[in-house]
Design a protein around this ligand. Structure first.
Ligand code: DAK
Length: 259
């Protein structure tokens, strides 16, 4: 499928890369871009070869500098609500995708960009990355889940400070908050992302799918219910050929070969 605002490319066996490609406006997310991300997810979900998705921004300056302010400035209240609901649903699809999603944050990740990054399973950042939820400066609130995801990730007092002030912060603070996994020089970000991706796709695909579901769904459940879900998934994992192979490999003192 031809896209105008994003690129969707295979970058290694089983590994796809989605690049937000509007560098002139620092990859700001307009409705058309969100629609294309949604279509890309449709495509990846039915492509059995997709094992993992990387998301990044075009150019060296920005991952995504937010929702497109020019487009948003024209919205009525009802249109803004619809835009927010659509953005939320697209980000939720990434969180619930049947494959891991790694955000490669290569510059500004502000507003909707920070929200997009937070909907990825892991975040690897370049040393020039900057994060923040500056919606307060536009007289609006976060609209793609920032108030909720940031609070769950960094805790209530820090989330409220960042949301009240709109302060932009760098990778050292982001690491300290537990918002991101690792920081690399910008020129190495893609290679480091690929390195981690290759390691993940070498593992059991069925286990990864179950683990992603457990973590995504379990974190919003009471602990007892989440642990029951884990028992169910643990049981289910014994129906997979990977369980037979993984345990046989251990007992035979060899490396497992997962399909
Ligand atoms: N939208 C549209 N264009 C943007 C943009 C954005 N978010 N960010 C940057 N650009 C454009 C600039 O207008 C400029 O365009 P030209 O003037 O060249 O035509 C170009 O990108 C380069 O930007 P700058 O010249 O400003 O570059 P600087 O290096 O000087 O500054 C910056 C970089 C990232 C600090 C600055 O561009 C900036 O502050 N950008 C805005 C950051 C921001 O406020 N992001 C949050 C956006 S609000 C909701 C739904 C969604 C949301 C909220 C509610 N509902 C519907 C309820 C989400 C909101 C957001 O994400």
């Amino acid at each position: 499928m031809g896209f105008k605002h994003i690129l969707l490319d295979p970058v290694d066996a089983g590994i796809m890369c989605l690049t937000i490609n509007r560098p002139k406006v620092l990859n700001a997310l307009n409705k058309a871009t969100l629609e294309e991300i949604n279509q890309a997810i449709d495509q990846l979900e039915v492509d059995n070869n997709t094992r993992l998705l990387l998301i990044t921004g075009a150019g060296e300056k920005a991952f995504v500098a937010g929702a497109d302010i020019e487009e948003m400035s024209q919205l009525s209240a009802l249109e803004a609500k619809a835009f927010s609901a659509f953005g939320l649903s697209v980000l939720r699809r990434l969180e619930n995708a049947s494959f891991p999603v790694i955000g490669l944050v290569n510059g500004f990740a502000l507003g909707g960009g920070c929200e997009l990054a937070m909907s990825c399973d892991l975040i690897l950042a370049s040393d020039n990355a900057k994060f923040g939820q500056p919606e307060i400066n536009l007289g609006i609130t976060p609209g793609f889940g920032g108030s909720q995801r940031l609070t769950r990730l960094v805790g209530r007092p820090m989330a409220l400070e960042l949301l009240y002030t709109g302060r932009i912060f760098g990778v050292e603070e982001a690491l300290g908050f537990g918002l991101i996994n690792y920081v690399y020089p910008q020129a190495q970000l893609m290679e480091k992302g690929l390195e981690m991706s290759r390691e993940i796709v070498s593992k059991s695909r069925s286990s990864i799918q179950l683990i992603k579901q457990l973590v995504q769904r379990g974190q919003d459940l009471p602990l007892d219910n989440a642990c029951i879900m884990e028992s169910d998934q643990f049981g289910l994992s014994f129906s997979s050929p990977d369980q037979a192979e993984g345990m046989a490999a251990f007992l035979e003192k060899r490396a497992p070969h997962f399909n």
